[in-house]
Design a protein around this ligand. Structure first.
Ligand SMILES: Nc1ncnc2c1ncn2[C@@H]1O[C@H](COP(=O)(O)OP(=O)(O)OP(=O)(O)O)[C@@H](O)[C@H]1O
Ligand SMILES: [Mg+2]
Length: 365
């Protein structure tokens, strides 16, 4: 069921910039978001995520740039004229109002009739899976349920854009995982253009159609979760999204294919390269994900195999992390199925194979 009565809008952010005195909080951000798309702003604390949302919602004026919903420029409008639904970290439901009254709040402000309001509240209670709980007060709900009420309240008036600023960070780990999936399903069903903010990369990977990776007020990379994970374009991206082993190397193009030269006599194949990497001799990070390091019994004759000494093992249930000392590569971490690794003794030597690798530019030698 599509409970949205209006057509979702694309959103265009065009060279938007924000400074606080000398400090540049958001440098020239440009981004086109498709109608109904779920986009996540991901980045460390202080990188400018909330500042960007505040400019979109009108709580902060931008220094320069334009924001448009479809063809309509909205950055000159006051917050209440922008038709944006907001959900923040502290869900800030009105404690004295029932769940239904909370959801209907924006509808009352917009002068909806009683009958239209009641119908819409019922639709939303169904959408966020809280049927029958409209009469309760927020304090009679769990944290996850309260957060879903906040989402329903933000969606109620068919906003052109929904902004969610770290809405799950007050929930405990288990509930967070559940509400994360609920929220994704609700967004898909409502088909409303959405920007979600988090500094949790797993959350971003799980929920998003596209991720905007931010760092120090700038955009590092925009792409699908798979693109950000498989082919980071910068060192920051290679380190921030997912676990990774980074080894300092030099790009060697002499054989016609990209290789990573490490020290005097090690040249390893590079499976994928960040797009701008093609110049022989460029300093790079040779990146290998822990799950792309295969472990086999040590066999001196084996082609493309390194001897790794087991430094430590961390069991995680289904998988085990194995820290290895590999001559030439230093300390690297593998992640394999626990059943496959078995009872590997610390100090043992095993054969390490690199199944996939990626390279990004290294800024300093
Ligand atoms: N009103 C302000 N005056 C001065 N500096 C500000 C103001 N608001 C934000 N900043 C600064 O701008 C930068 C970006 O802040 P912002 O709130 O956008 O970060 P964020 O990415 O949302 O971080 P977090 O994950 O911690 O919420 C920070 O360095 C912050 O200190
Ligand atoms: Mg913030």
């Amino acid at each position: 069921m599509n409970t949205s009565n209006n057509v979702a809008q694309p959103v265009h952010i065009d060279r938007v910039r924000k400074t606080f005195g000398e400090f540049v909080a958001v440098r020239e951000m440009s981004l086109d978001i498709a109608a109904g798309e779920f986009v996540t702003f991901l980045g460390p604390s202080g990188c400018g995520k909330s500042t960007t949302l505040k400019m979109l919602s009108g709580l902060l004026p931008q220094d320069s740039g334009e924001i448009r919903f479809g063809h309509k420029r909205i950055d000159m409008l006051p917050p209440n004229k922008r038709n944006i639904g907001l959900v923040f970290q502290n869900y800030a439901l009105f404690p004295h109002m029932s769940v239904a009254e909370n959801i209907a709040f924006g509808l009352r402000m917009r002068g909806w009739s009683r009958a239209a309001k009641d119908k819409r509240v019922d639709q939303l209670l169904q959408l966020v899976r809280l049927e029958g709980l409209g009469g309760r007060k927020p304090e009679q709900l769990s944290g996850g349920q309260q957060q879903r009420v906040a989402v329903a309240r933000a969606l109620a008036f068919n906003p052109d854009l929904v902004l969610l600023d770290e809405p799950l960070s007050n929930l405990d780990a288990k509930l967070r995982e559940q509400v994360r999936l609920d929220l994704r399903d609700i967004q898909r069903e409502a088909n409303q253009t959405t920007i979600f903010v988090t500094h949790d990369q797993v959350e971003a990977l799980v929920m998003s159609d596209r991720i905007v990776l931010m760092n120090k007020g700038g955009v590092e990379q925009v792409g699908t979760p798979y693109e950000l994970y498989a082919t980071p374009t910068t060192e920051f991206g290679a380190r921030f999204v997912g676990a990774n082993n980074l080894v300092a190397a030099t790009l060697d193009m002499s054989s016609g294919t990209a290789q990573a030269r490490i020290g005097a006599d090690l040249a390893l194949p590079i499976t994928t390269c960040a797009a701008d990497l093609d110049k022989d001799g460029t300093t790079i990070w040779f990146c290998v994900r822990p799950e792309h390091l295969a472990l086999r019994p040590w066999n001196k004759e084996g082609e493309g195999q390194f001897a790794g000494r087991v430094l430590d093992k961390i069991y995680q249930g289904t998988t085990v992390l194995v820290d290895l000392d590999v001559t030439g590569l230093g300390t690297i971490r593998a992640e394999r199925a626990a059943l496959e690794v078995g009872d590997l003794p610390i100090g043992a030597y095993i054969g390490v194979h690199i199944e996939r690798s990626h390279a990004v530019a290294r800024s300093t030698g």
